[in-house]
Write a new protein. Structure first.
Length: 204
């Protein structure tokens, strides 16, 4: 069985987005500052071009991912990535109400309305022996509070945003301890950090 993982690109002061969802251009400069290309399955998202060190870490992580869990906000904000997520796996969308234009689930998107435990459980079935990646923000907060996460990945970039959205939002259970970093990779314009959740996962 694979792991349940969350993570995000983060500023030095701990934000994954600036005030009013600003700062993405600064947070994701490292997506285009290298010579190693990683393809995208989305028709709306171009391939990323990162440093060799970043690519050596990201390529196997993407290959080992079997499904994603995201919230309706991100699904709508990205316009469903043009129909397919860049990582090229099925995306489970946690929502209060499925979109009118998607009456049925398919190999691209599955919609779950019963909560984070049901969303993660659905994603685990889709992923098989591969990992499930839970998007940052509200989805990450809910998964951590429910005891569902195994690992957290941070892509730390040298910028200070001064405010905005954090990885776990207003977390209702604190403190939460982590082990590591288990991995430290120095890319160009980014430091990749991986941590294990200390108390492990409670199965969904």
């Amino acid at each position: 069985m694979g792991k349940i993982i969350t993570g995000a690109t983060m500023s030095l002061d701990g934000y994954i987005a600036g005030p009013k969802e600003s700062g993405f251009d600064l947070l994701f400069q490292w997506y285009g500052n290298g010579d190693a290309e990683i393809p995208s399955a989305s028709p709306d998202v171009p391939p990323i071009r990162v440093s060799a060190a970043s690519a050596e870490l990201i390529r196997p992580e993407w290959r080992d991912t079997g499904a994603l869990v995201v919230g309706r906000y991100l699904y709508d904000m990205t316009n469903a990535w043009g129909g397919r997520h860049p990582i090229d796996v099925t995306t489970v969308v946690l929502t209060h109400r499925r979109p009118d234009d998607r009456p049925e689930d398919d190999e691209n998107f599955v919609f779950v309305t019963e909560g984070i435990e049901a969303a993660v459980s659905t994603a685990r079935k889709l992923a098989g022996d591969k990992n499930v990646v839970v998007n940052g923000g509200q989805m990450a907060r809910q998964a951590l509070e429910a005891g569902l996460l195994d690992e957290v990945g941070i892509e730390l970039v040298p910028v200070v945003l001064g405010g905005g959205k954090t990885l776990f939002g207003e977390l209702g259970v604190t403190p939460v301890q982590f082990e590591g970093p288990t991995t430290v990779v120095e890319g160009t314009g980014v430091t990749h950090l991986r941590y294990r959740v200390k108390d492990g996962r409670r199965d969904a």
